[in-house]
Write a protein that binds this ligand. Sequence first.
Ligand SMILES: NC(=O)c1ccc[n+]([C@@H]2O[C@H](COP(=O)([O-])OP(=O)(O)OC[C@H]3O[C@@H](n4cnc5c(N)ncnc54)[C@H](O)[C@@H]3O)[C@@H](O)[C@H]2O)c1
Length: 326
Amino acid sequence: MYSGVKVLVTGCSGFLGPWLCQRLLADGAVVIGCDIQFDEQSRIHEMSDRIELVELDVERLDKIEDVISKHDVQIVFHLAAQALVGKALAEPLATLATNVMGTANILEAARRLQNSSKALKGIVVASSDKAYGEQDELPYLESAPMQGRYPYDVSKSCADLIARSYFHSYGLPVTVVRCGNLYGGGDLNWSRIVPGTIRSLLRGERPVIRSDGRLVRDYTYIEDAADAIARLGLKHLSADTTGGASFNISADIPLSVIGLVLLLLDATERQDLIPVIENSATGEIRVQFLNSGKLRDETGWTPETSLGDGLSRTVEWYRAHENLIR
Ligand SMILES: NC(=O)c1ccc[n+]([C@@H]2O[C@H](COP(=O)([O-])OP(=O)(O)OC[C@H]3O[C@@H](n4cnc5c(N)ncnc54)[C@H](O)[C@@H]3O)[C@@H](O)[C@H]2O)c1
């Protein structure tokens, strides 16, 4: 339990942030949420009476140190990132600055506070399946090397390596989490396949698939992912955990993009809207999915939500927030 434990969630105003904050609040944590900007539409505002919200740019090392010290933070969940693959291709430098230096800054702030009364008990860094790049062996295990090739992937490979280097070099209590594709309500990143497809279908438009539809990924419901991350953070509160470990988070269900879109046609009852296959995507790994056995073995985590239920809940969320999709 997190009863009374002070946690800082960076990037709290994005998609994963509010779900993680909600999970931590339910478990009794005192949550400080920070982001460079608070989108009016973000789910984080639904819980703003129970969270302290702080504007913070993770590219500002001095400010991070101030926030951690001022709030006596015990565990940091570092989610803040430029998390869009297409934007990273168009803006590699800005993406590297946020994802690589932003992560290094969080760790460096922790290192500076390490031998003080403000020392952190844990730092959980959101890496990604993309950090692995393309691998011959499927599903990916945590032991696979970091070999991103495209800008977003490389930014995540670097951030992941840097995070673990702060454990190996300075003994900082770091855990790295590598999620596959997450889906659920509240994702306002319309260039992503799940929210983009649902928006098209609810608008009565044919959904557009940028790839040839045959890319394979795994899909984890957002509340299950938030639960896994919260469980891993909790490990830092027990005396036997020093950190340095990485964990895949995945429901272990690989699916092609076209297979996913067809399920969304069913979930929205819009089988009449035949997908447009653009086949214009570049810089994407063709087949990528994770093995989450280590996470299951070490935390007892298991995904509670089947793909069918998760997609129905997701569609319901967007239906209930119709103003966002018009
Ligand atoms: N959503 C997924 O499918 C997925 C999969 C694997 C890994 N991840 C990782 O999980 C994390 C959260 O992803 P998400 O889907 O919520 O992304 P998101 O884009 O919805 O949220 C990221 C948040 O970070 C904030 N941010 C960006 N630059 C910042 C800065 N300089 N300082 C402070 N905040 C900043 C953004 O404003 C945004 O609110 C990211 O690190 C992402 O790489 C996500």
